[in-house]
Design a protein around this ligand. Structure first.
Ligand code: GAL
Length: 464
């Protein structure tokens, strides 16, 4: 009930925002990249409910997307939430390639700030529902893609994908995640790792500490840091996904990769397992070692506390390394890294990808963007800045720093588990509930029963 009322309020607000953006029209032609105003919608607005999916099967496109090499003029509107250091730099590096190839096309960089897309997705849904899609938008490979396919919002890319040869150079894991009922729907640009812990090497050295490998070790280290007056764990919350991000690593540590993965099949009995309550209690205990101002800090501001030595550790996806690099920090010198406690040997993955809007205003320009996003040159320009590894298997590894090279090896050698907070295992509707319930819990970590009840109820959203 609470969620429904809140959604009604926010959907009214977001409709207004979308109408204002639409009334403003596209930014003036600067001959380069233009950026639409970032929207300061509340993080808890998150994604809109799915469009009715009942029986909706993806329609085949009348003229299946094929090679998009013909972009000559007009605009290309790309929608994403990449506004932070690292993210924005990677995106700009791909824009540079696009501009070289298609100098006559004006790129409209439509961003809505807020990590994990908690704000962007709500604005996007309003635009899609109003028949005003951008040409292409950022989305996650996996079940999140299903959200858009079920709503009939994406054009199939199967022929285009083959024409570009992408099917020959991407791992089967990804191909399976972007194929729905026999059609490919997105072009993956990277693979991120969610279950990473970033720490301050100097703080650890000065206090004779080793990065914790298990949850027990985490609490021992946390106690030692606290005794020295250093915040043990930096946690954000301003972007509305930082708590759920931390929680998925705790679930992985508590369940192990196989049982963790079974939590996202849509079977509610998996959530009756007593280990869910154990994980919630562990999360509450971890939060007792975290900064109290977390609801006012974004994920990058939490990472900054670690960089400055004000906090010892943070648990965040490896876009944090992209952020650290923009601060001129060096891996294993200014920041250290290790799998989040209790998850060594598992790579919790997610993949950013781009799709083509059904009825895209500038369809050829959109296809030309997808050609860059899936290319070796595009991925090797984007990923070293973004803090992610390429989705392609033929990338030039020498361009990637020591952290990313270790991540390439881990992806190849570790067990794999899908991220829930970032759409690999979950629909948009589920993510909204997941993010919101964990943020509420982060602000009041005593309500363990409340978060358990909400998460159990949300299981129904995993399949719609
Ligand atoms: C994730 C996305 C990453 C990064 C992160 C923080 O959902 O996949 O690329 O942008 O959010 O914004």
């Amino acid at each position: 009930m609470f969620r429904t009322q809140k959604w009604t309020l926010f959907s009214t607000l977001l409709t207004l925002v979308a109408l204002i953006l639409a009334a403003c029209g596209a930014p003036a032609d600067t001959g380069g990249t233009t950026t639409s105003p970032s929207t300061a919608a509340s993080p808890s607005a998150a994604a809109a409910p799915e469009s009715p999916a009942a029986g909706a099967s993806p329609e085949a496109s009348a003229s299946p997307a094929s090679s998009g090499a013909s972009a000559a003029g007009g605009k290309l509107e790309i929608f994403s939430w990449w506004t932070n250091g690292g993210e924005a730099d990677g995106l700009n590096a791909m824009f540079d390639i696009y501009k070289q190839q298609h100098p006559g096309v004006e790129i409209v960089n439509a961003t809505v700030a807020g990590g994990a897309g908690t704000n962007a997705k709500a604005v996007l849904q309003t635009r899609l529902a109003g028949g005003q899609p951008p040409d292409t938008w950022q989305l996650h490979a996996g079940r999140e893609t299903l959200s858009y396919v079920q709503a009939g919002q994406l054009e199939p890319l199967t022929q285009f994908f083959k024409d570009q040869g992408f099917d020959q150079v991407m791992p089967k894991l990804l191909l399976d995640q972007i194929t729905i009922e026999g059609e490919i729907y997105t072009v993956p640009v990277n693979i991120h790792r969610s279950n990473m812990m970033w720490y301050n090497p100097k703080v650890f050295q000065d206090n004779n500490l080793q990065p914790p490998k298990t949850l027990d070790e985490f609490f021992t280290v946390a106690e030692a840091l606290k005794a020295k007056g250093i915040t043990p764990l930096a946690v954000g919350g301003k972007d509305g996904f930082e708590a759920s991000h931390l929680f998925e690593s705790v679930l992985l540590a508590t369940f192990g990769p196989e049982d963790y993965t079974n939590l996202w099949t849509g079977d509610a009995t998996a959530w009756a397992d007593e280990r869910v309550a154990t994980a919630i209690n562990t999360m509450a205990r971890m939060l007792s070692y975290a900064n109290e101002d977390r609801s006012a800090r974004s994920w990058s501001q939490a990472a900054q506390l670690v960089l400055e030595g004000k906090a010892g550790m943070t648990i965040m996806g490896d876009w944090a390394e992209g952020y650290f690099l923009t601060q001129k920090a060096k891996p294993n010198v200014d920041f250290g890294y290790a799998p989040s406690p209790g998850t060594d040997g598992t790579f919790m993955w997610l993949s950013d990808s781009f799709g083509l809007a059904k009825n895209a205003p500038d369809r050829d320009n959109g296809l030309a963007w997808l050609a860059v996003a899936g290319s070796k040159a595009g991925q090797d320009a984007f990923n070293p800045k973004k803090g992610s590894i390429p989705a392609r298997t033929d990338a030039d590894k020498s361009l990637y720093d020591e952290y990313l090279q270790s991540s390439i090896a881990a992806f190849a050698g570790n067990k794999l588990a899908p991220s829930a907070a970032h759409g690999a295992a979950t629909t948009n509707a589920y993510q909204q509930a997941f993010h919101e319930s964990l943020e509420v819990f982060s602000s009041d970590p005593t309500d363990t029963e409340g978060v358990l009840a909400t998460l159990t109820e949300a299981v129904a959203d995993l399949t719609r």
